[in-house]
Design a protein around this ligand. Sequence first.
Ligand code: MG
Length: 329
Amino acid sequence: MKSNNKQLLKDSLNIKSIFEESENIIPKSNVFKSKEDKNKNDFLLGKFKRQISRICIFPVSNKENYSGNYDKYVQMTLTHIAQLKKINFEYALKDPNIMKDVPNFETEKNDKKQKKILLLDLDETLIHADFDEDYAEDKSVKYDTIIKFVTKNENIFENFEDEIEEEKTEEEEEIEHSVGIFVRNGVKEFLEEVNKYFDVGIFTASEKEYADAVIAFLDPEKKLIKYRLYRNSCINFNDSFTIKDLRILKGVDLKNVLLVDNSMYSFATQLQNGILINSFYCDRNDTELYNVLGYLINFIFPADDIRKVNEQFFNFQKVTNDLISINNF
Ligand SMILES: [Mg+2]
């Protein structure tokens, strides 16, 4: 057992005694070691879930993140995030499911051409999918495209617990979905342009089947999106919101990673790596992607440590620290 792992187990008397006992009785083997790691990870993950279950947050809707309300949205969401300071989110990363789709960056490390990594959220950042058919009856708006995809579970957009329940209780049958999509102004030009400077990926809290269908529309030649991370790679906070913890990118220095998202909660664990963009639904006059593009090329691309430049611009970490000290969180 590594010494830092021992440290993590310091306050867990039960599991510590199990390990110490086992080490004496059973000779070390790879099989046993993996079982030991699994027990330890399950324990820490359980501890994390118990910790967050005691915190009740009614999240601010992404609909509140519009251009005239940006500062208010930032203030409200950072007040929530400030309250999470004592949570050890590293425990959540013990869930093997969270790492399942994460690329192996260690092997890419020797590639001298490796660029900074730009991760983009999908829903209400690049597109809006009209799942609730809010716009279906409105003759004045027209979808940019209809995407089709197949799932093995009808309610894939319900919360995580419901999905697990359904997987257990119902027989799997394939269900076809067909969803109207609004595309944010300039998406294709944006993707083409940022690819000249960054390695670009999608990091979405949506399910793989749906996200892959949207990506196939945005990048039909598979030239623009290098990485794909889905819902299983997000931390689910009590079904209230999801966090995209960038520490899942093992082997990547976080001074070189950036996430563009319309939800502040996505950045909760690395506020300095986040660019908060206004939520997009179907505004045909939206120019946000052009604004972000200018910022990325002029400020982020030349930076040695993107976190320093980004923090100077947005101050999310500073505002959060101030909220922590003012409110004594
Ligand atoms: Mg989003």
